[in-house]
Design a protein around this ligand. Structure first.
Ligand code: GLN
Length: 196
């Protein structure tokens, strides 16, 4: 069975475990780098990106996560996870994992509307996906190799670059598993490709 890990240093871990299991894959919490050897794909959950980065460094995950991606194994970042994947962060000198060629803005939808729900059309996934945004970032600029999957108010809120996937919203917080199912399919395909 396809096994997907959820980085479990901080943030919305349990919800992702539930949605991966509901999407037909096995889900495990990842707390040590050695566990990365036993999974086919990884989710970087929402939470607080600077806190998560600090924990990634103190648990020795930084290079391990980049190496995981270099092997061609899929990684899906939601919200703070999207920030971790970006190659540039607006107003900051340094980015984090730099897996996707894109610049992001943090807390980008403003304080008044810090959290909201919005129905979105998401390429490859659904025309009517109810997306939950919580102090969400968005993608300000994306390189040519980045496929835009969804926008809200002309801002990119879901994107894919090869085996990397990200959303500004939280698909794990509703019972609509279609987005997570899309990631599970990406992981299943990569298992086949990497084995052949
Ligand atoms: N605002 C958070 C950050 O900058 C992300 C919010 C979230 O993951 N829900 O890390």
């Amino acid at each position: 069975m396809t096994t997907i890990g959820v980085l479990a240093l901080q943030g919305a871990v349990r919800e992702h475990i539930r949605s991966v299991e509901a999407s037909g894959a096995k889900a495990i919490e990842i707390k040590r780098t050695e566990q990365l050897e036993h999974i086919d794909g990884l989710i970087l959950p929402g939470g607080e990106s600077t806190t998560m980065r600090r924990l990634i460094d103190s648990y020795g995950f930084f290079t391990a996560l980049q190496e995981f991606g270099k092997k061609g194994k899929p990684i899906f970042g939601t919200c703070a996870g999207l920030i971790l994947m970006a190659s540039k962060i607006e107003g900051q000198d340094h980015a984090h994992l730099s897996l996707m060629n894109m610049k992001v803005a943090r807390n980008a939808f403003g304080r008044q509307v810090a959290s909201f729900e919005q129905e979105l059309a998401i390429k490859h996934v659904a025309d009517d996906f109810n997306a939950v945004f919580i102090r969400a970032p968005y993608v300000v600029e994306a390189g040519a190799e980045v496929e835009v999957l969804a926008t809200h108010q002309d801002r990119i809120v879901a994107a894919k670059q090869g085996h990397y996937l990200c959303t500004a919203f939280h698909p794990e917080l509703t019972d609509d598993n279609r987005f997570v199912e899309y990631f599970v399919k990406m992981v299943e395909q990569s298992v086949e490709t990497l084995a052949s």
